[in-house]
Design a protein around this ligand. Structure first.
Ligand code: ADP
Ligand code: MG
Length: 396
């Protein structure tokens, strides 16, 4: 069922609660990457341009003890947000109470109020993260409608998403969340075939849910990264010192059987003798020595994967093909970026914290139809799980 989007709401004169993801990386009180703040601007601007009063809030890091409060202080984020928005932001250094309520009462159409880190409410009793009903009801009481634009926390039921939505009449997705629903939700529910999935990354155990889901839905599953070795070992290959989860060998066998030929495994790998950025040696997967450690897919595998991708109409990618953080083992990941960049008329999606970092580092982010913004949330969504931060929103 389709969820309401901010553009479906009548915002004129309304107090609009907007849950954004301003969980930006900071060093010594300075924002080191403001991508997330920039990404939220279209939704906030839309609300302001349509006569709404924007009440903006987010979490920042984790708050477990009193010493975490200073690190999680949103003041510098609010200043930066004000600059980027080019519009006055009234920042209230509280998550509830008279000062906040007064600031909201004074708002005119087109005004912006931002309040302190929602996780300040975690300090005593984890109220935000455990979706304390009193807190959700209180925040809901501050506004007329709710817009959720924070995908990164959509896989969790917190007071600032599910709590508010369940205590307010109308709620909708912001434009960022709408994009995630359109692309990842679209690939999960309604992929255009041929649908090719590329999986990699460190461990099979992190990705069991995604692999099982994709085995059911995709036409081909190309497996690289550290997880390839558990599959190769399951088939009887000597994988030397490569990453392997011996307790997942049976699962790997089962998945291979279930996939019935859909899983495509590497035929060669770039090996080193230690986990270090040294120049590697390309070996066929059936020629690895006992002291070899496979740290990337090899050139023949890249060619094989590139060919499998050629006719794809939907591509979902999670997990780097090798240890892309090391120059000597980035070629596989780079090659897959290149192959995807050359696809015509395909919907291409990359998700996962390290995968997105790899695509950005290698300069290919623009080439994808969609770069998913939430690490854990992207994975759970790809697994076909319902995300509470989405399901809580009003239907169209
Ligand atoms: P994501 O965050 O995109 O879901 P993961 O966290 O599963 O991805 O995996 C990313 C990590 O996997 C990277 O740090 C990368 O170095 C590592 N990795 C990829 N291939 C290998 C390999 N062959 N051996 C060891 N680690 C690998
Ligand atoms: Mg990761």
């Amino acid at each position: 069922m389709a969820k309401k989007v901010v553009s479906d709401l009548n915002l004129k004169g309304k107090k609009v609660l907007i849950r954004v993801d301003f969980n930006v990386p900071m060093k010594d009180g300075v924002i080191t990457d403001d991508t997330r703040i920039r990404a939220a601007l279209p939704t906030v601007k839309y609300v302001l341009d349509n006569g709404g009063k924007a009440i903006v809030f987010s979490h920042l890091g984790r708050i477990k003890k009193a010493e975490d409060l200073a690190k999680g202080d949103m003041t510098p984020v609010a200043h930066h947000f004000e600059e980027l928005l080019g519009h006055k932001v009234v920042f209230v250094n509280a998550t509830r109470g008279k000062e906040l309520e007064d600031a909201i009462a004074k708002m005119q159409e087109g005004d912006v109020v931002m309040f302190q880190n929602t996780r300040y409410e975690d300090l005593e009793g984890k109220k935000e993260s455990s979706n304390d009903p009193e807190l959700g009801a209180y925040w809901a009481s501050l506004g007329d409608v709710f817009v959720n634009d924070a995908f990164g926390t959509a896989h969790r039921a917190h007071a600032s998403n599910v709590g508010i939505a369940s205590h307010i009449k109308e709620s909708a997705a912001g434009f960022l969340l709408e994009k995630e629903i359109k692309f990842i939700g679209g690939a999960v529910d309604n992929p255009v075939h041929p649908y090719v999935a590329i999986l990699g990354g460190a461990k099979v155990s992190d990705k069991i849910g995604v692999i099982s889901e994709l085995v059911k839905k995709a036409d081909k599953i190309l497996i690289g990264g550290g997880m390839m070795f558990t599959f190769l070992k399951a088939l009887g290959h000597n994988i030397g010192k490569s990453l392997c989860e011996d307790d997942k060998l049976d699962l790997a066998k089962e998945l291979l059987k279930e996939a019935d030929g859909k899983i495509v495994l590497p035929v060669d790998t770039v090996c080193a003798k230690e986990f270090a950025d040294v120049s590697g040696e390309v070996k066929d997967v059936n020629a690895m020595a006992s002291d070899d450690m496979g740290l990337d897919i090899g050139p023949k595998t890249l060619e094989l994967f590139t060919n499998e991708l050629k006719s794809a109409k939907t591509v979902v990618w999670n997990g780097p093909m090798g240890v892309f953080e090391m120059k000597n083992f980035e070629a596989g990941t780079l090659g897959v970026c290149e192959a995807i960049a050359h696809l015509d008329g395909a919907t291409t999606i990359v998700g996962g914290g390290d995968s997105v970092a790899a695509v950005e580092k290698l300069g290919y982010a623009e080439k994808f139809s969609h770069v998913s913004t939430g690490g854990g949330a992207s994975l759970e969504y790809l697994e076909g799980k319902a995300l509470p931060g989405i399901t809580c929103l009003s239907e169209k």
